[in-house]
Ligand binder design. Structure first.
Ligand code: 5AD
Ligand code: SF4
Length: 477
């Protein structure tokens, strides 16, 4: 069992060995060199990347760099990249060309690529494409001060070594672009699943879980700063498993969820992403038994066809997924579920596609993140299967999926007409500064007219009187 009231002993006060002392001296030295210099960071891809950018910002801030939102005035331009689909990489390349134009006007500016593309393309970005001065993989951010210094001296800075241990547990992220209400906390890094379409196990390395007490400490820190919601992040949160090196007690994901939920009842807890093969009843019970653990599970299905799921190496069948949905509905009837879906995976037939459409309907997803298959070099699928579905077919199937998902979401939202939800205010609605936007426990976006005295971070009760497939609208009651 874990200690419900963990002390934070041992966190942040590790003894410094000789090599670390060298680092400390080096960092002090750098501080005077870079004092007042500015960095600009742009992030692409998953929430994990945005969360990593906050770690990077903290590391750079420690050596004297200050953040700016204006690329034109920065001394160091960084792009935290995503390799999950070809399109994402194309976008980053275009941005790198734009930044190189800026660099011509402002020589001395350094440009760096961080994250998955750095890991996948490695020295190619430096040597062949000559687009950047720095290439830093997702496990090498602690090395940034040295790499920046190397690049400042005119050498190329590269570190793409993946680690089996790095979790950045002791680094307090510098919250960027935050609404001051919701914050992310990374709980695992990497992925051991090897879904055949996915490049993540190659770019982010082996899965490792972060010290549970450091996670609780970060949630406490967010609470003290006025945050009202934390989202625990990992490629597969259900496989979170941390062994306390002193007591040998093992903390599971369900136990971690409860530890974070107990930080404060007014602090909402969310998590992403769950894997259908790993989510346990204990996680469902934790959601059911704690009001502040939100009634929402992101449970990517990817395909509704057992044959395709096997080729995808997802290690569950259509029937297994359906049973999980049934179990969620049984334990937490109010729970909303969302998914990721890929159309046009290798050998997918119209029958397989129909099965995907029907599982969307069965599962009643409130939202799906939908993509057509994009072959990624080095993945299991790229090595074993032919990418044989024509692009027009992939796209047509994607539009079918989008259409059916919108119908399902609209019906789900219509069932909320007349209901009253507790909503956490996040800020002004996109369309009007007369309205607030916020989310209910199910993670549905709710728009409602402002009332005096209320501000982001407050909870309000909102009665729903209109819906679309994407939002609920209502009035404060
Ligand atoms: N092509 C299309 N979509 C992909 N995803 C991952 N790899 C690919 C790929 N090669 C999608 C999956 C995953 C989400 C993060 O991105 O649906 O769950
Ligand atoms: Fe990729 Fe599968 Fe791991 Fe998700 S669970 S990151 S899809 S390999």
């Amino acid at each position: 069992m874990y200690d419900k009231n963990p002390t934070l002993e041992g966190i942040g006060n590790k003894t410094i060995d000789d090599s670390k002392q060298g680092d400390v001296f080096y960092q002090e030295q750098m501080k005077s060199d870079v004092k007042g210099k500015k960095f600009y960071i742009e992030s692409y891809g998953c929430a994990m990347n945005f969360s990593d950018s906050e770690i990077v910002a903290s590391i750079l801030n420690d050596i004297g760099y200050v953040p700016t939102k204006i690329a034109e005035e920065s001394d160091l331009i960084l792009i935290n990249t995503c390799s999950i689909r070809e399109k994402a990489e194309d976008t980053v390349r275009r941005r790198l060309h734009t930044f190189n134009k800026l660099k011509k006007k402002r020589p001395g500016t350094l440009i760096g690529v961080l994250g998955c593309m750095a890991e996948r393309l490695k020295a190619k970005l430096l040597d062949q494409e000559k687009l950047v001065d720095l290439v830093v993989g997702p496990d090498a951010y602690r090395d940034l001060p040295k790499l920046v210094s190397t690049a400042t001296d005119g050498e190329k800075g590269i570190n793409v070594i993946l680690s089996r241990e790095e979790t950045y547990a002791d680094i307090s992220p510098m919250r960027l672009d935050s609404n001051g209400v919701s914050g992310y906390i990374s709980i695992t890094r990497g992925c051991d699943n090897m879904c055949s379409f996915c490049v993540v196990p190659f770019t982010r390395g082996r899965e490792r879980s972060r010290n549970a007490f450091s996670i609780v400490a970060e949630a406490n820190d967010l609470l003290e700063k006025g945050y009202k919601e934390v989202t625990l992040l990992g490629q597969n949160v259900d496989s979170y498993k941390w062994e306390n090196p002193e007591t040998k007690d093992v903390v599971s994901f369900a136990q971690l969820l409860v530890m974070v939920a107990e930080v404060h009842p007014s602090m909402r807890v969310r998590f992403s992403t769950s894997h259908p093969k790993d989510i346990t009843d204990e996680v469902l019970f934790a959601i059911r038994d704690h009001k502040n653990i939100c009634n929402y599970i992101h449970l990517p299905v990817q395909s509704g066809s057992s044959r395709i799921l096997e080729l995808m190496n997802r290690t569950y069948t259509r029937e297994w997924y359906i049973k999980k949905i049934d179990r969620i509905n049984e334990v937490i009837p109010e729970c909303a579920v969302s998914a990721d879906i890929i159309t046009g995976f290798c050998t997918e037939t119209e029958e397989d596609h129909e099965e995907t459409l029907s599982i969307i309907q069965y599962s009643n997803f409130i939202i799906s993140y939908m993509f057509y298959y994009s072959e990624r070099p080095g993945t299991l699928a790229a090595r074993k299967y032919e990418d044989d579905i024509p692009l027009e077919v992939k796209k047509r199937r994607l539009s079918d999926v989008i259409r059916v998902q919108a119908q399902v979401a609209f019906a789900h939202n219509k069932a909320d007409l007349g209901k009253t939800f507790e909503v956490l205010i996040e800020g002004d609605s996109k369309k009007s500064d007369q309205d607030f936007k916020g989310r209910n426990s199910q993670s549905k976006m709710v728009i409602f007219p402002k009332k005096e005295g209320l501000k982001p971070g407050d909870y309000v009760m909102v009665k729903i009187d209109a819906v679309t497939s994407a939002t609920l609208k209502g009035k404060i009651v």
